[in-house]
Design a protein around this ligand. Structure first.
Ligand SMILES: Cc1cc2nc3c(=O)[nH]c(=O)nc-3n(C[C@H](O)[C@H](O)[C@H](O)COP(=O)(O)O)c2cc1C
Length: 188
């Protein structure tokens, strides 16, 4: 028996990222989990309008999406507790810039994506920012034969249902492959 718990969004776990933006001339970093893939080259961010980071994204029309590792969980949570309105978060990480020059990125993160703002959807309480990924910077140690190897990084997952962080488990099966073993009812 299933129970209806009301219209609650349970689309978790989601990856936890640090979004970077240049605000009032300084890098600012915000923890985000409501992040998605809009089209293969684009990333969406559901960001509450009260956040300090929104100012920089709107002003510079750019942001970065950085994938932190398990070892960074304390600073990741901190960036989700403290606002740049009250605390300077610019020195928490070693910052670097790419081609856009206004999307601060985090050296300590194995994957950093530099994004150009394409459009903003104006929800009552949230800005849905959609950015095109214009460059992706990956630690060489996170690659195998020139391709990103997720077994070499340790991304952090987050669920709002219990407000907790989780780690990624082992590979279950190969996509576009395991389904070939499925026997449709008509063939059983
Ligand atoms: C794990 C975690 C995930 C979060 N995800 C989001 C999110 O997806 N969208 C959002 O608007 N705020 C999210 N927040 C809240 C912001 O990170 C937090 O309010 C932050 O302090 C805002 O920083 P800023 O004012 O410097 O931009 C999250 C916080 C945590 C701890």
């Amino acid at each position: 028996m299933k129970k209806d718990i009301g219209g609650r969004n349970c689309l978790y776990p989601l990856p936890t990222v640090l979004v970077g933006a240049q605000v009032n001339g300084r890098p600012n970093y915000i923890t985000m989990a409501h992040v998605g893939i809009a089209d293969p080259d684009s990333i969406s961010l559901g960001m509450n309008k009260k956040h300090y980071t929104n100012i920089g994204i709107k002003e510079n029309r750019s942001f970065s999406v950085n994938i932190p590792q398990e070892s960074m969980v304390k600073v990741v949570d901190y960036c989700g507790i403290v606002s740049g309105k009250n605390e300077d978060k610019s020195a928490l990480f070693k910052t670097f810039y790419g081609k856009l020059a206004t999307a601060p990125m985090i050296e300590e993160c194995p994957i950093c994506m530099e994004c150009e703002l394409v459009t903003t959807v104006d929800f009552p309480n949230h800005d849905l920012f959609i950015g095109k990924v214009v460059a992706t910077y990956i630690d060489e140690e996170a690659m195998t034969n020139g391709a990103l190897d997720f077994s070499k990084i340790h991304p952090i997952l987050f669920t709002m249902t219990d407000r907790s962080y989780y780690r990624v488990g082992e590979r279950l099966a190969k996509g576009w492959t395991i389904g070939k073993e499925f026997k449709s009812p008509k063939d059983r």
